[in-house]
Ligand binder design. Sequence first.
Ligand code: FAD
Length: 581
Amino acid sequence: MASVKQQFFLMILLLLSIFRSSQGRGFTKPRYPYIKKASSFSSAPGEAYDYIIVGGGTAGCPLAATLSHKFKVLLLERGGSPYGNRNISRLQNFHISLADTSPSSPAQAFISTDGVINARARVLGGGTCINAGFYTRASPSYVNAAGWDGQLVNESYPWVEKRIVYWPNVAPWQAALRDGLLEAGVSPFNGYTFDHIYGTKVGGTIFDRRGFRHTAADLLAAGNPNNLRVLLRASVQKIVFDTQGRRPKAVAVQFKDDNGRQHQAVLEEGAGGGDVILSAGAIGSPQLLLLSGIGTKHDLEKLRIPVVLHNQHVGKGMSDNPMNSIFIPTKKPVRQSLIQTVGITKMGTFIEASSGFSQSSDSIQCHHGIMSAEIGQLSAIPPAQRSLEVAQKYARNKQNLPREAFRGGFILEKIDGPLSTGELSLLNTDVDCSPSVTFNYFSHPYDLKRCVYGIRTIEKIVRTKHIARLSGVDEYPIEVLLNMSVKANLNLVPKHTNDTASIQQFCRDTVITIWHYHGGCHVGKVVDHDYRVMGVAGLRVIDGSTFVNSPGTNPQATVMMMGRYMGVKILRERLGREAAV
Ligand code: FAD
């Protein structure tokens, strides 16, 4: 039995641990001794892994953590660590990391052939390190259509939620949107919920109440450190196949480390063996399949890529949910907020908002797409001369704009399950260079119709007293707002003189992205229902590239859930239900 002194000591320890956990999970970051630079990799002869996961992103991290409970896992991420980077961890810097176009930036900018500036994550934690943080689940009908096991889905979402998801401290701009939505008829109010229900709700967020971001990288702490190895700045070049057997089998991957040296990581051989799993995102996964020789034979041959398997569906069915926003200037500065409230309409249009970005000196000097209220922008520059470099030059020259021009917030609308689709194709064989991506925004008339519906709904919201109270202006005529928004939107799409006369034209000309692009490795076309790449052995794709539609109003909850879900499914397949986690 413990002495009084020992009992006192234990009591102090207990109190300290309660105090620490009540401080919030962001205060002390767990140490991850298994996260190393890629240059530390030495492939000792015979060293092999049960699973090699390519991409330490939104799906890759929970997947690696789960599989490591029973198997030896190597997670290869091309970006660096999110820890210690204030542009990632602070909500108020959301737009600054997006505007960072340096080679080590956690956000890699790309422009789709549609002329819309977009971004891909390049950091451990993937999209959860650069996104707007809104957390909301997919609908039960989405889960059914995906053919997922409902019970396991309902266990996998909470696995994520209890680790990194919070309820927001609702900002005035978000409260005004909530009340404006209800007055505009997007009802009922469904309160605080993760569920996808028609009406208006407040969702979860991966920012805690201090505005500190928690990410998918934090989920690695749930793994088994003895079985998990994570390499940063490990840029995977291609998958290596054994083509001697009946069908090609993935056996290894080639990657380049932070010093530019090439390595090969090898899969464990043997019965019931593991897989190479691509979790490199909707741009990265189809790109890697193509670079590895799985794609349309003719296209691969043009780039002299040895063909492993002809599959014309790789890179096809790319979609991005188009977003259009209305900028509302305010007389006084407004509190910063990212998405907290959402209106889910029966028409398949979602309404959200953000506020207060661009007000600081740092912000005024950077371009950041949707969150900027910049007047003039690129619309004066001829279309042929519009490029990322021009956008940067513009940003450098805009220090002298009056600060008042940056006060305000956006109300945005975006389309659920766009019917307009496009494709991805390689421009060259360099994995660090983004492929060509086309989304064909609004090529389907129903998408355009839904955009018009969304803008009309925003018009009703803007007319309510809730917005007027914040803007300090009784009522802005919608033409004035549309006009300002045409100039404020940063895309490279040519503008028209009738932008504000026709809402359809406004939708086309001011289209930007909400960064929910998906597709390229669809289920039934590139992967089967177990996410195994069809026609080859030992290879799966588990991430947003497998989606035909983006889940819920925002996808990250379901992408992380999917990583955990597929990890448990794979363990159960190999070990039986009881032996798995
Ligand atoms: P990612 O998370 O992008 O993971 C892919 C990983 O693979 C990356 O870390 C990448 O570096 C790595 N990789 C790629 N190629 C290679 C290679 N060759 N070798 C090694 N590693 C490689 N969703 C929400 O739900 N709520 C929001 O508020 C929200 N806002 C967003 C705002 C922005 C700016 C962005 C970009 C996205 C936003 N999203 C939001 C969308 C959401 O974050 C993404 O859909 C999701 O993170 C995609 O997950 P993924 O696992 O498919 O890909």
